[in-house]
Design a protein around this ligand. Structure first.
Ligand SMILES: [Zn+2]
Ligand SMILES: [Zn+2]
Length: 272
C-alpha cells in the first residue's frame, strides 16, 4: 500500500452553525481514506453581523484556532491536521480580512464568493440573471487580485441559484480566468457540487479545461460539512482533472503551494 500523500483541503466545524462533527472525527475519516492530512477551513468571522447565521462569531475565532491546534496534537503521527480558513471575499472588507488573516498562523486560505447570502443578494442581484452571473465571475477575479487568498473556492457556485446557461457567460468566465492566471492564485475543484442543484463538481468540466489551458493550479476539496464527506469523490475528481489536461494537483501548507502527480495521488486513496 502506498504512503498517504493527499490532503483534504476544505472542511468545516460546528462553529459555522451548519456543519456537524468535530475535527477529530473528520481526521479519523481522512485516515481511513488514505489521506495524509486534513486542512480545517471553517467559515471566517465577519464584522457587524455579516451573514452571522452561517459562520463563527468574532469572539469564537480564538476557540477555533485552539480547537484545530488541540486536534492537531491529538492526531499527530496519524493525520496531519492543519489550520486553514474559508474567508468570504466581499468588496470593501479587504482591510478587515487582511488583519484577520495575519492574526493567526494559517496554513491555507480559501477565498469564497457566496452569492446566496443575503448581503450579496442585496448588493448585487439587481439586474437580469446574466448580469448577476457576470458580476459573480468578475468578483472571483477581483478576489484573486487582492492577493489575500491561496485558492478560489467552488468557482461556479452561482449556477445553483438561478437559471444557468453556461454558454451565455462563457466569455466572461474566460476573461475572469485570464485575470486569475496573472495572479498565480490557485482555484479549487470542489466535489460537493454533485449534491447541489446543478449536480456536478464546481467548477464544471468546460471551465476546468480553460483553467488547465491557462496553467492555473488546482486544489482539491470535498467541502465536508460532516465527517463522512472527507475525501468524498476524490477519485472521480482526480480522473476529471486528468481528462481536463492536468497532470498535477496542488495543496498548500504554510501558505506555500505543493504539488502531487495525479496518478500517484490516486494510487494512495482507500475506499471508506
Ligand atoms: Zn463556500
Ligand atoms: Zn466550505
Amino acid at each position: 500500500m502506498s504512503e498517504p500523500l493527499l490532503y483534504e483541503s476544505h472542511s468545516h466545524t460546528p462553529l459555522c452553525k451548519h456543519a456537524h462533527g468535530w475535527p477529530d472525527e473528520y481526521a479519523a475519516v481522512a485516515e481511513r481514506r488514505g489521506l495524509k492530512g486534513l486542512i480545517v477551513t471553517c467559515h471566517n468571522p465577519m464584522p457587524n453581523g455579516f451573514s452571522a447565521a452561517v459562520r463563527m462569531a468574532e469572539d469564537e475565532f480564538e476557540n477555533y484556532i485552539e480547537l484545530v491546534e488541540k486536534t492537531r496534537e491529538q492526531l499527530m503521527g496519524r493525520v496531519d491536521v492543519r489550520l486553514g480558513i474559508e474567508a468570504d471575499y466581499f468588496e470593501g472588507m479587504e482591510a478587515y480580512l487582511e488583519r484577520q488573516l495575519q492574526s493567526a498562523d494559517f496554513q491555507f486560505v480559501l477565498g469564497s464568493v457566496h452569492p446566496q447570502i443575503s448581503e450579496w443578494r442585496e448588493r448585487y442581484w439587481h439586474d437580469d440573471a446574466i448580469e448577476v452571473q457576470r458580476r459573480y465571475f468578475h468578483l472571483l477575479a477581483k478576489a484573486a487580485e487582492t492577493g489575500l487568498f491561496d485558492s478560489i473556492s467552488h468557482p461556479d457556485l452561482i449556477k445553483n441559484f438561478m437559471t444557468w446557461d453556461p454558454d451565455a457567460v462563457f466569455s466572461d468566465i474566460c476573461d475572469a480566468l485570464d485575470r486569475i492566471a496573472k495572479t498565480g492564485v490557485a482555484m479549487e475543484l470542489n466535489t460537493s457540487g454533485v449534491n447541489k442543484t446543478v449536480s456536478e463538481m464546481n467548477p464544471m468540466p468546460s471551465m476546468l479545461s480553460e483553467i488547465s489551458k491557462r496553467g492555473i493550479p488546482i486544489t482539491l476539496g470535498a467541502d465536508a460539512h460532516e465527517p463522512l464527506r472527507v475525501g468524498d469523490g476524490f477519485e472521480t475528481a482526480l480522473r476529471l482533472l486528468s481528462e481536463s489536461g492536468f497532470s498535477r494537483v496542488s495543496y498548500f501548507l504554510e501558505r506555500e503551494r505543493r504539488e502531487l502527480k495525479i496518478d500517484e495521488a490516486l494510487a494512495t486513496l482507500k475506499p471508506l
